[in-house]
Design a protein around this ligand. Structure first.
Ligand code: BG6
Length: 512
């Protein structure tokens, strides 16, 4: 494999963010420990933080700056993707501060204002603020209302300072609640101040989908229902629900993975070319796709959707319990941990061509992949002894994770035979080619929020169209009890019913 290092210098790749203070609500939480702090540390190591960048952890527990730094040090050492160097880490920790407050308490906000202004004076952060809400979604509105009340959010467009808010999914729990949340947020914030995190958009391989499609014209002419037979998107995880029983009982897989991550992958792989790289131009095209997906009526839900819940089984040789035996899960729970769906996009490029999506917990492999399978060439030039056509359909596989890369399958002559073909792969692997470790999604997203680039964040209408699509399914599933054939053993590829969804149309799930 050719090993070419990235020919661009780092300064060609990245713009420079303005000075700012990042305030993390929920600084004692898991996300801060496992993802946010290691990501900010890696931005610092890669020279992507301004010298005048400061991070303030906001939480209720009683801590000092020193104890907070010590806690963050440990989690960076544990979860950082790159090696941790003592000197760099010490410099980084000096920029961390802890603000002890209750986000329900109005006084905490007026004092926070004074606190942040002092940091501005000390570090030259110019009044710029990013508030990262890594808290229960039910707290978003309380925090935003209080920030607004205490003038911590500036929403006049001519203000030279910026204030932005990053929020974590879920943005609502169904279509109506998502509309409500959107309307409430827009009372205090402009849309361009809201950064809705879907961490899949921060993955390098996901960003590469648009580059692959729109910078390589050889694929554009064949990217349609004339040439493509079907597209399959798989988001498979070996993990179960970990310690998130309470959350999962309210969410389920449709809300947790399909409404957001999977719909983002689907819109990127099928959207039209945007008129420019402006964030809104890109998001406009994604929205057009989501808007043109055939909506599910009762009959289509029965025909085109499947759900499942894992029973006990084996993952990588280890025995694991069933979903209903997980902590904080009801023993009669009806919640889905697996879903498969057939989707059709009603526009001229895709009309009539099926897109099959599936996602699940406790599947045999951790793997996110998009498989684009082209129509089978039915010419009989190459047949085996039994007269059977022995060429295979071409396909392009986008390996989002792990083994990030893209491979193209085509038929090749088998040496010494005249008619026997062997399907072979042309394979691009990120790590072979660029030789660099791929940054974590959160690094890119936090960095983009500092730059004020909303491209990789979900706009309100993207999220709403996606909710609109899945809400009828959520409603139906919530009121129908799981049947026997809707359970699958942990460590298998979901239910037999999901295989039938494709077999009924003479297709199969691609092996991942
Ligand atoms: C999160 C979901 O959004 O994505 C989790 O809440 C899931 O349930 C995770 O495990 C998967 O992310 P990744 O990056 O590991 O594919």
């Amino acid at each position: 494999m050719l090993n070419v290092k990235n020919p661009l210098k780092d300064e060609d790749l990245l713009a420079s963010p303005e000075p700012c203070i990042l305030v993390i609500y929920g600084a004692s939480g898991d996300l801060t420990h496992k993802k946010l702090m290691p990501a900010i540390y890696n931005l610092s190591v890669d020279g992507q933080l301004q010298p005048n960048f400061v991070c303030v952890g906001f939480a209720r527990r009683d801590k000092t700056n020193e104890s907070f730094r010590e806690e963050m040090k440990l989690c960076i050492e544990k979860f950082s993707r790159s090696d941790v160097h003592e000197y760099e880490l010490a410099l980084f920790l000096e920029r961390l501060f802890y603000y002890n407050g209750d986000f329900q308490d109005s006084n905490a906000y007026s004092e926070l204002d004074v606190y942040l202004k002092n940091l501005d004076a000390q570090f030259g952060t110019k009044g710029n603020r990013i508030f990262y809400l890594s808290v229960q979604p039910s707290s978003y509105l309380t925090i935003i209302e209080n920030l607004t009340l205490h003038n911590l959010i500036y929403n006049k467009e001519d203000d030279r300072r910026f204030s932005r808010v990053i929020i974590e999914k879920p943005f609502g729990k169904d279509y109506d609640s998502a509309v409500y949340l959107k309307n409430q947020l827009l009372k205090s914030l402009r849309e361009d101040q809201i950064y809705r995190i879907d961490h899949y958009l921060g993955k390098e391989t996901v960003q590469n989908i648009l580059i692959f499609r729109f910078s390589n014209p050889i694929f554009e002419n064949i990217w349609n229902n004339n040439c493509i037979d079907n597209i399959q998107i798989t988001v498979a995880e070996t993990i179960g629900i970990e310690e998130r029983g309470n959350f999962y009982e309210k969410a389920g897989l449709l809300r947790d993975i399909i409404q957001n991550h999977l719909m983002q992958l689907l819109s990127l792989i099928t959207m039209e070319q945007p008129t420019s790289l402006d964030p809104n131009a890109i998001r406009d095209e994604k929205v057009k796709i989501l808007e043109s997906i055939l909506p599910y009526n009762e009959e289509m839900i029965d025909k085109w959707t499947r759900r499942g819940q894992y029973k006990d089984g084996f993952i990588e040789g280890e025995s694991v319990c069933g979903y209903r035996d997980e902590n904080n899960v009801s023993s009669t729970s009806n919640v889905e941990t697996f879903a498969a769906m057939r989707i059709e996009i009603n526009n001229s490029r895709w009309h009539g061509m099926p897109i099959y999506i599936r996602a699940g917990k406790r599947l045999p492999k951790r793997c996110t992949e998009i498989a684009v399978t082209f129509k089978h060439n039915k010419n009989n030039l190459f047949t085996n002894k039994k007269g059977k056509n022995c060429n295979e359909p071409n396909s392009i596989i986008f390996r989002i994770q792990p083994n990030e890369g893209i491979s193209i399958k085509f038929n090749s002559k088998t040496p010494r035979s005249s008619k026997i073909l062997t399907p072979v792969n042309m394979d691009f692997q990120y790590d072979n080619y660029f030789g660099k470790e791929i940054p974590e999604a959160y690094e890119r997203l936090i960095y983009d929020a500092m730059l004020g680039d909303t491209t990789l964040f979900a706009r309100a209408d993207e999220s709403l169209y996606s909710w609109k699509l899945i809400t009828p399914i959520l409603n139906k599933w919530a009121f129908t009890t799981l049947k026997e054939n809707e359970f699958y053993r942990a460590g298998t590829w979901g239910t037999k019913e999901s295989d039938l969804l494709l077999e009924n149309e003479s297709r199969q799930w691609k092996r991942v």
